[in-house]
Design a protein around this ligand. Structure first.
Ligand SMILES: [Cu+2]
Length: 224
């Protein structure tokens, strides 16, 4: 998965783990059942002198071909459910202590980011506002307050394996911890009007020195 899309958040690996588990289990059953199906087609193909049988599925020796795989599939489901709930609780239910809180506002058709300045407090005079470009620090745990100004948007950062709907009238809190420096895509993942396709942004994950410099040079200066 890492080869397809980089992993750049602390929980990206566990999300990928669930996706791989589902793919492996469902994929194995797909190959097995399709293989068996085509073997049956070939094995019981029309041949001269062999009469067609009508099977209504009520005999025991026929039913077991349904019941045994069915039971095994349910066992696989249990593994998926347990793995999925564990990751859900880790990523969505638990909110680790924030080292910084930012606000993300979606609107037709762009993202507005508000983050604290040097005082690390949101909603103070030195807050830094940016549009479509979000600058964060590697290794720092962020809470985000996600809002929408108009319609439903979805804040999606593929390398973080993060996707969260933004709902007008609500503030949705979530978190992430970037683990890799670089510039990555932000998308809107919910059709939100004619400009939806161009509602992209970039997240810049910086190391601490670089980020401190960015904060210092972007902090608004009070004008007299
Ligand atoms: Cu949108």
């Amino acid at each position: 998965m890492e080869r397809l899309i980089q992993q750049a958040s602390s929980f990206a690996g566990s999300i990928d783990g669930v996706i791989l588990l589902v793919t492996a289990l469902a994929g194995a059953w797909l190959l097995l059942s399709e293989g068996f199906f085509f073997w049956l087609l070939w094995r019981f193909r029309a041949r001269p002198g062999v009469k067609t049988q009508y099977l209504d599925g009520s005999e025991k020796h026929v039913k077991k071909w349904i019941n045994i795989p069915h039971g095994l599939v349910l066992v696989c489901d249990l593994f998926i459910i347990v793995a999925a709930i564990r990751v859900w609780v880790d990523v969505k239910q638990n909110l680790p202590e924030a080292q910084a809180t930012i606000r993300v506002v979606g609107q037709q058709w762009g993202w507005v980011f508000q983050q604290p300045g040097a005082d690390n407090q949101l909603d103070t005079a030195d807050d830094i506002l940016t549009t479509d470009d979000l600058y964060v620090e590697q290794g720092k745990t962020y809470h985000f307050q996600l809002q929408s100004r108009d319609v439903i948007h979805s804040f999606s950062v593929p390398v973080f394996r993060l996707k969260q709907d933004a709902i007008p009238g609500r503030t949705i809190t979530g978190w992430f911890e970037p683990t890799r420096t670089g510039t990555f895509d932000i998308q809107c993942a919910e059709i939100c009007g004619i400009g939806h396709g161009v509602m992209g942004g970039r997240i810049h994950v910086q190391d601490s020195t670089e980020h401190a410099e960015w904060v210092a040079s972007n902090t608004p200066v009070a004008t007299q």
